[in-house]
Design a protein around this ligand. Sequence first.
Ligand code: HEC
Ligand code: HEC
Length: 248
Amino acid sequence: MNKLYKLTLLLLISICAFSLTTSELHGDQIEKLTGWNFAKLARGGILYDNWVSELGVEIKKTHPSYPAEGKKKGAATWRCKECHGWDYKGEAGAYRKGSHHTGIVGIRAYANQDPDIIIKILLNKTHAYKNIVPEEELEAITFFVSYGQVDMDLYIDRSTNKSIGDNSNGGRIYLATCVKCHGADGKEINFKSADKPVYIGTASNKNPWETLHKIRWGHPGSQMISLLFLNLKEQLDVLSFCQSLPEK
Ligand code: HEC
Ligand code: HEC
């Protein structure tokens, strides 16, 4: 082998290795997080959804950075998801219109970023979490922002709301886990009211981004389990199965 050839080969190998590590960083990172670091990540996902209810905090006032033209008020406006969305894309995602619209950016740019940088954002004046959310809980949220979020547009079709998952494999998982609380048809728990029922079938078709978040992280302030120990493919399978359940 001549020198130039060897050098090119080496360069190619390192480019391949680099692109592999960046494209698979998400999955790799989660697998690398073991023990308490994994627990911290799992907690972060729950807190992103609703740290107020998970921590049992009482807040009456509206978040100072919640825009005046927004439609929500009080405790709800302190939830990360209220400003940044279930798809983590804020203005560029599902919250670009409707009753949750705020015009605020998403958090996608901070995926795979250093948690130490993210915590500075959460402690800044805009966020105003200092002395309100305990720092160790904020640290858990930074793990979620860095290692836990995914680009949902790769897996959920924006025009049909459908997950790309495999329904039948999802059924195997659902019928061995979720079934205990939600029932085989998903109608055991009604999330809304008797006259306007919302079941898993209803919720997962209307807001698949929220359901995927709940499948991965669980539901704050409840006994609901998290499927974070499964891979993303299997979590999407469960979402597909949920979307096949009755909506009424
Ligand atoms: C009341 C609305 C609101 C809430 C609640 C909120 N944020 Fe933000 N967030 C903002 C605004 C506004 C920005 C834009 C830039 C700035 O001024 O910091 C932002 C920016 C960010 C960014 C940087 C995004 C970028 O690309 O620059 C991250 C990361 C972030 N927020 C994470 C969170 C997390 C995690 C939570 C929950 C613990 C949260 N935010 C709760 C309003 C909010
Ligand atoms: C141990 C019981 C339990 C298990 C197991 C469980 N859940 Fe839940 N789930 C709950 C409870 C309790 C709530 C909150 C109900 C409420 O707010 O009315 C909930 C809420 C939800 C929500 C939120 C709906 C909304 O709009 O707020 C979704 C979606 C959901 N579960 C899906 C699932 C899926 C999918 C599985 C299986 C991976 C699962 N759950 C497993 C108990 C459970």
